[in-house]
Design a protein around this ligand. Sequence first.
Ligand code: K7E
Ligand code: CUA
Length: 646
Amino acid sequence: MNGAGLILRLLTACEVEEEEHEALGGDLESIMESRGLSEADILAAAKTYTPSGKLDEYVLLASGGHSGLVLAIGVPSMRILKYVAVFSPEPFQGYGMGGLGDAVLYGEGKQRGRTLTWGDIHHPNLSETNGDYDGEFMFVNDKANSRIAVIDLTDFMTKQIVTNPLLASSHGGAIVTPNTEYVLEVSQYATPLGGGFAPLADFQKSYRGAATFWKFDREKGRIDPARSFAVELPPYAQDISDAGKFASDGYVFLNSWDTEMAAGTLGEGKPFLESGASQNDMDYLHVVDLRKAESLVAAGRAVEINGMRVLPLDVAAKEHVLVFVPEPKSPHGCDVTPDGTGIVVAGKLDTHASVYEFSKIKDLIERGEFTGTDPFGVSVLDFQKSLRGQVEIGLGPLHTTFDDTGHAYTSVFLDSTVVRWNYTQLDEPPVSMPVQYNIGHLTAAEGDTAHPKGKWVVAMNKMSQDRYVGTGPLQPQNFQLIDISGPTMQLIADLPIGLGEPHYAQLIKADKLKTLQTYTPAGVNPYTDARGTGAVAPGEERVERSGKKVDVYMTVIRSHFTPDTIEVNEGDEVTLHITSIEQARDQTHGFAIDMYNVSVSLEPGRYEEVTFLADTPGVFPFYCTEFCSALHLEMAGYLLVRPKGG
Ligand code: K7E
Ligand code: CUA
């Protein structure tokens, strides 16, 4: 008996009373009939249905694209667990809404002096130890404004944003090295490094890319810009990158799609960037020797641009810090195999996945066997001599992820398929499965680590078309869960994503995440992981006034703010130092106040600080934004701003 048959038999055995369940269509058989469900549907439901109170085995950490958020999603249930605010203000988490998070979003997050309220997140990457996820941190890149954010996975909060001082767009990030010594951020669209103007006619002379190696200080849980550096690259529109591991540890690989150095229609007879960048049959896979770059920077061979140490392109070329290998036309994905021996590159305009053999690349570099140099003096290796082989995948292959049986899974955009193939021997006929529709990235359980887990692949599709009830012309993106445990792949669940376009995601074993239930002892500033400077214990609440500065030291517990009335004068600068003295799980309060655009979240034990100018006289109720207790509505108070001369 198959699984669905078994379920049927079990349910029938329960002798479900038809009258009682009529509203839902009766027993399983009649429900299946009335809803048009097949046995395969029931099996799929049994694999994903997660009864209330049961926990998911995996957590998918997914880019929320230009929403500036990251999503945490349970797998296999495909239930959304959380949105993590990163580059956009988010009132539920009280991020960028008047509290301490403002210093991250609007302070550190400023790019070239500008305040930004969005970002385009492409690639979430979890911190690794020996090439495996350790569940401690996550890094995401902002393609639009060339920034990297650090998210602490103990509380799923954005703790730091660093802004790239060289680039105006970055795509190949935020990839980590196998022990998270560095977080990589690679340029996409070439510009003059460090900003400034240069005419497009000077594209080859003045426009550049760069690979930035942000040094991660794990003790502090923060990136250290002072110990970071970059390698200057030609203006070739670098794309996705990946870090080597094991045999290829110490190297990073990134591809490029504009070795033509096309820059759009400006200038006579120039084609669109699109066709201009698609002339050459081959672009260049960039092989970067990170250890050599590090030592040359340490030896003082870097120049400084906007405070960032940059290894110049001529030095990188001469010292073979940077070496090129031809790669088929306008590639997109670049993925190192779990054992670190191969690099899979898939070309949007080529039907193959090309697997490079790292040992061959290394041998050729060591022997100095090059076919020539590019216009910038970078040595080029022979394509065929660097290859393990190629596999015909389909139309528009993009990204590749891996399982625990020597198989790779490649997303194929134009065909709208996931293709399974053998990446070690390259000797099995590829198997493809349709997805709905136009898949971008895909991710397998811990599929880009040293030890992939198999079992699940999530397809991240760009279009949903007919999959959901219409919501107007702007439709959701579509995640699809695929069971890869059997001989054939099976699509078993859909999840619409009604946010900005997601790109990459990583799927981590849930038990690797060691999250906090409360901040303990009460009064923790989550941005310093230390006691908040203005945190107080019960009994220490007070209002201090010094001239036009008013400091309110407040505690919060079910169901009152202490103090709950605050009187100030028009023109005073008011700082609320708020300590939640709750220590019970999930007893979150919030603090919002009329008109001052303030909404902060007060999780149990959290410290917050809100500063505003009381420039409008009047009466302003403040209240708790979480329905925290039976007397939640009563958890409120008044700010009285006395008019000048009043
Ligand atoms: Cu959308 Cu990785 Cu930015 Cu491909 S990228 S899909
Ligand atoms: Cu506290 Cu509602």
